[in-house]
Design a protein around this ligand. Structure first.
Ligand SMILES: Cc1ncc(COP(=O)(O)O)c(C=O)c1O
Length: 389
């Protein structure tokens, strides 16, 4: 299971230029992803966009197979969209909630999801309720069990939050929601490509993900999984002539696969490259990726904890590739800027990305260093030296 890190770095052009510890923001694509993306753009310029699509149709279709393999789904349960938020929204806004319905979410909930939840609660009269965290700072599965009843119409779970190393116990949540017959909507935006994610093992009914983060695909790509049996029950909030057909009698018929959640015009080069990114992750091996990511992140946490004035903020019984910290008396933006001047990329997360969690913990901002398997131990040591000043 040991990865050939020098080879993986040689395959990643960005490694020559930066120490990239912002993989939770947008990772560095590997060469095959870059080639697929640029290659298709070039082809569009050479022969025309529609003609390039016709020529490369098999490669576009391959993306559905690759994503299906990545998450243990079937190709007709997948829709390719422009990002994780749009994927999540297309599924979420398809539910028909009414007054008295309950929607459960967790403290890790992401800002964009929360805003959508609140909007829908406002317009439908459904109630949003927050499942508390357990003693590890993760979604409390026992509390969820107690909260479930016939009024609960959906459970929304963020697998890995934007704001820390926490990996929520998705499989335990899935066991409970499945037993209760309540759909589980899993935001896998930060977990896809970081760790093995299998929709059957988890028991989720819907999964949203982005390409650019740990999957290392181009920006502007994402995908949605909807379990086959659920697709027929969900009418997307937007339909176009790709998602549905205009019938001669003036009515319309929706597609019966998950592409009813897509739209006609799309970033074809990105979509092809998204499939190549999924192939790449599968070739490297998700188990090996996960084990290296955890080891790197734990090493970084331990080293940062030794630096006077630094507090590491990550929670959870299982912690992944996102390492978050604060430096006493130094604004997060200043820490980020100082690192950027040494070509070390990290990011800043502010409370408004995840208020349920960060407000509760009294954290207004934090520095986020997110590792990925192609990072080296030396890069982590360099970060720590720079933070220590
Ligand atoms: C947990 C989580 N969910 C959703 C999103 C939104 O993803 P996107 O920007 O691809 O829509 C993010 C982005 O950082 C995230 O961290």
């Amino acid at each position: 299971m040991t990865l050939d890190v020098p080879r993986l770095r040689a395959d990643t052009p960005g490694c020559e230029h930066v120490t990239h510890l912002n993989n939770a923001g947008s990772s560095l694509p590997p060469q095959p992803v870059l080639d697929a993306n640029i290659g298709h753009l070039r082809r569009e310029a050479e022969i025309g966009g529609y003609e390039a699509y016709d020529e490369q149709r098999d490669r576009v279709e391959h993306t559905y197979d690759a994503l299906a393999r990545l998450i243990g789904a079937s190709r007709d349960e997948l829709a390719c969209v422009e990002n994780a938020t749009r994927a999540w929204d297309m599924a979420f806004y398809s539910f028909r909630f009414g007054p008295g319905d309950r929607i459960l979410t967790g403290r890790a909930e992401y800002a964009s999801n929360w805003i959508a939840l609140r909007q829908v609660a406002h317009t439908t009269g459904a109630a949003i309720e927050v499942v508390p965290d357990d003693e590890h700072g993760q979604f409390d599965v026992a509390a969820l069990e107690r909260m479930l009843d016939a009024k609960v119409k959906l459970v929304s779970l963020v697998h890995v939050p934007t704001q820390g190393g926490l990996v929520n116990p998705a499989e335990a949540v899935g066991r409970v929601t499945r037993a209760a017959g309540v759909p589980l909507l899993l935001d896998a935006c930060q977990s896809i490509g970081q760790l093995p994610v299998d929709v059957e093992a988890i028991g989720c009914d819907i999964l949203s993900a982005t390409g650019r983060k740990f999957l290392r695909a181009p920006r502007g790509t994402g995908f949605l999984y909807v379990r086959k049996e659920l697709i027929a029950e969900l009418e997307p909030p937007f339909l176009d002539m790709h998602a549905a057909a205009w019938d001669p009698d003036g009515s319309y018929t929706m597609r019966d696969d998950a592409r009813r959640f897509e739209n006609w015009e799309t970033y074809v080069a990105g979509k092809i490259a998204l499939g190549i990114a999924a192939d790449y992750a599968l070739d490297v091996g998700l188990d090996a990726i996960w084990s290296r990511n955890r080891a790197l992140a734990e090493r970084l946490r331990s080293a940062l904890e030794e630096v006077p004035g630094v507090s590491v903020l990550d929670q959870g019984a299982t912690r992944g590739a996102i390492v978050t910290f604060r430096v006493a008396d130094r604004p997060a933006a200043e820490v980020r800027a100082a690192l950027a001047s040494e070509r070390v990329n990290v990011s800043v997360t502010e409370a408004e990305s995840a208020r349920l969690d960060l407000d509760e913990r009294g954290i207004d901002e934090l520095v986020r260093a997110s590792v990925h398997y192609f990072n080296t131990e030396q890069e982590l040591d360099r970060l720590v030296e720079l933070v220590a000043g």
